[in-house]
Design a protein around this ligand. Structure first.
Ligand code: MLT
Length: 230
C-alpha cells in the first residue's frame, strides 16, 4: 500500500501533484478558520484508508497543515517532506496582508486580480506555459470562501520550532532556487530545526517545484526515500 500523503499549497488543490500512487487530498476549511481542523480532516482520511503511519509531505500551506497534524498526532508520521514551506509564524504585516486578501475575495470573488496577486510569486522565471496554465486554472477554480478561510487560518498558525525540534523522523526539505515566498535561506532555517533532515535545492523552479519541475521533484523524492529507507 502506498503510504505517501501530499498536501497542496494555497490557493491550489490536489492537481498540483503529479506523483502516481500518492494520496493527495484537496483540503477544505469549515467552521472557525484553524489549520488544526484541516489536520483533523487529513487524519480522518488516513483512518478511512487504514493508514496507521505515513510519509507526510506538504508544499507551502500544505507544510503548515502537516505541522498542525504533527501537533495532534506525531505518532502517525514516519517521515516528512517539506516543499517550499516554513516553520515560523507570520509577522504582523503578513497577517494584515492575509486579512486584506480574505476581505477582498469575499467582496470581489475569485478572479484575475487573484491570479495577478499570486502567480508572479508562485512561479519562477523558467516556468513552462503548461505550468502557468495549470496554476492559473487552479487559482481561478477555487471558491472565494475557501480562499478567505485559508488566509485567516494561515494568519493564526503558531511557530513550530519546538514541535519540529522534538521530532526524530527522517525529513526531506526541498526548495525551488527562485522561490520568492519561502526562499532557500528560509528553507535552510527549517532544515536546521529538524534533527534528521536532508536539504536540497531544485533548479529552474520557484515556489512550486512539483508543478514547475515535476520529474525532478519525483526523482529527488524517490532518491531520498531509497537513501533513508522509507
Ligand atoms: C502557499 O503557497 O501555500 C502560500 O504561499 C503559503 C503562504 O501564503 O504562506
Amino acid at each position: 500500500m502506498n503510504d505517501l500523503v501530499l498536501l497542496h499549497a494555497f490557493p491550489l488543490d490536489a492537481r498540483m501533484w503529479d506523483v502516481p500512487g500518492a494520496l493527495t487530498p484537496s483540503l477544505r476549511g469549515h467552521g472557525q478558520p484553524d489549520l488544526g481542523t484541516v489536520a483533523d480532516q487529513v487524519l480522518g482520511v488516513l483512518d478511512e484508508r487504514g493508514l496507521e503511519k505515513v510519509l507526510l509531505g506538504g508544499c507551502s500551506m500544505g507544510g503548515y497543515v502537516a505541522m498542525a497534524l504533527l501537533r495532534r498526532a506525531p505518532e502517525r508520521v514516519k517521515g516528512l517532506v517539506f516543499v517550499d514551506t516554513k516553520h515560523t509564524a507570520d509577522a504582523p504585516e503578513a497577517v494584515a496582508n492575509r486579512h486584506a486578501m480574505a476581505d477582498r475575495v469575499e467582496r470581489d470573488g475569485v478572479g484575475e486580480w487573484l491570479v495577478e496577486a499570486m502567480l508572479p510569486n508562485l512561479l519562477g522565471p523558467d516556468a513552462s506555459d503548461t505550468a502557468r496554465a495549470l496554476v492559473r486554472t487552479m487559482v481561478l477554480e477555487q471558491r472565494a470562501e475557501d480562499v478567505a478561510w485559508w488566509q485567516r487560518a494561515m494568519a493564526k498558525r503558531p511557530d513550530s520550532t519546538d514541535l519540529l525540534e522534538s521530532l526524530d523522523v527522517p525529513s526531506l526539505v526541498l526548495v525551488g532556487e527562485h522561490d520568492r515566498i519561502t526562499p532557500p535561506d528560509v528553507a535552510a532555517k527549517l532544515a536546521v530545526t529538524l534533527r534528521r533532515s536532508t536539504s536540497e535545492r531544485i533548479e529552474n523552479a520557484g515556489h512550486l517545484p512539483p508543478v514547475e519541475q515535476p520529474g525532478e521533484f519525483r526523482a529527488r523524492l524517490e532518491r531520498w526515500r531509497g537513501q533513508v529507507g522509507i
